[in-house]
Design a protein around this ligand. Sequence first.
Ligand code: GLP
Length: 269
Amino acid sequence: MRIIIEENYNDMSKWSANYIASTIKIANPTEEKPFVIGLPTGSSPLGVYKELIKLYKEGYVSFKNVVTFNMDEYVGLDESNEQSYHYFMWTNFFNHIDIKKENVNILNGMASDLEKECSSYESKISSYGGIDLFLGGVGVDGHIAFNEPFSSLNSLTRIKTLTTDTKIVNSRFFENDINKVPSTALTVGVKTITSAKCVVLLVNGHNKASAFANGVEGGISHSCTLSALQLHSKSIIVVDEAACGQLKVDTYRYFKDIEKDNILPISQL
Ligand code: GLP
């Protein structure tokens, strides 16, 4: 596991966007062999999306041959609902880049057969030969996508009941009314994420410090699904100083030292 410690949220976002854009460029995707990326919603990736849009507008990267799979979607919200993850993705990212509509995949929380929706999603991912890079965030309890504590580390895409804690945190998008937050969501599983060739997670802010320390220094446990990344051969956590608040001093120093030459955004762009 690599941990890139950046000074603040802006620097984290720049580093991650540059990493993603250069990985796409190096892959040199074509229509026949597209680059497949997994994407999150939430506050954490907003800065990365802004930077990627900028890199696209400056001509450094194209999404023409990129296929996307989003991590999750609430059950019961249609695409036009402003709190749906469909709406979030089109508003904050897809509408501003050259992605083809048919290359965008987001779970349909309105599907009449939700189980079929989930198994078809997995099959579609497999049909592309898996995900090249999965970008994600982390919940305050250490969940990735909507894989709440005690989700199986072998889980695939499925329906998941949200914990009260997650509903409280997400109620900020629902007029601070927890009763308006859907109780279930469709989500890729922990294994869907860890099966990607590369995983990049964004962790920022004091409120994530405990989950972050737990996930990287604690043992691998379903109580903190972030910890599953410890078994991944190519995972990178991009983090700000605030989120490092509960790391052991030695862990913090180790990553600061070992990555000291790598914290500037990739310069070949
Ligand atoms: C939700 C999403 C996760 C996301 C998490 C953190 O639970 N399902 O994918 O990582 O929130 O969100 P934020 O980035 O807003 O802190």
